[in-house]
Design a binder for this molecule. Structure first.
Ligand code: HEC
Length: 122
């Protein structure tokens, strides 16, 4: 094979391969985020929030707003909101789970990936 064709094949394979690794990473984060969302000792978000697009979790949380169209919110806003909701709302009853070290920044990021993916208009 000519060198130029070899290079083209390598570039194509790399693009395809990294694309699928990214998709696998994302699927794993969605799964992890969902677990944190519903686990009492972690996020316990379902105690207060229902979620658009995931009817497999109990939709009984009503203390907080129903989480919908989260993909239209900036990612950084959501990370900050979950790390420390007091920054944007000093009198909120939502607990500062990140600031209190109940969940790590990486766990907060997984929850955001889950919310942005699951509540996307399909
Ligand atoms: C004790 C109840 C409670 C828990 C637990 C809770 N929240 Fe909240 N959350 C609220 C309330 C009340 C608000 C609305 C007031 C505000 O903005 O702070 C809110 C607001 C939000 C918002 C902003 C929604 C919007 O439309 O602007 C997001 C996102 C959110 N919560 C995500 C989460 C996630 C993710 C968890 C779990 C890691 C969680 N919440 C846990 C009560 C809660």
């Amino acid at each position: 094979m000519e060198l130029i064709k070899k290079v083209a094949v390598v570039v194509l394979m790399t693009t395809l391969f990294s694309g699928s690794v990214y998709a696998a990473d994302k699927a794993a984060m969605v799964k992890e985020g969902r677990k944190i969302f519903i686990t009492k000792s972690q996020g316990n978000c379902l105690a207060c929030h229902s979620v658009q697009g995931d009817e497999s979790i109990p939709q009984t949380g009503t203390l907080g707003p129903r989480l919908a169209n989260m993909d239209t919110y900036p990612k950084d806003y959501l990370i900050e909101k979950i790390m420390d909701p007091n920054i944007t709302n000093p009198i909120t009853i939502m607990p500062p789970l990140g600031r209190n070290h109940k969940i790590t920044k990486a766990q907060v990021e997984a929850v955001v990936v889950y919310l942005q993916e699951i509540t996307k208009a399909k």
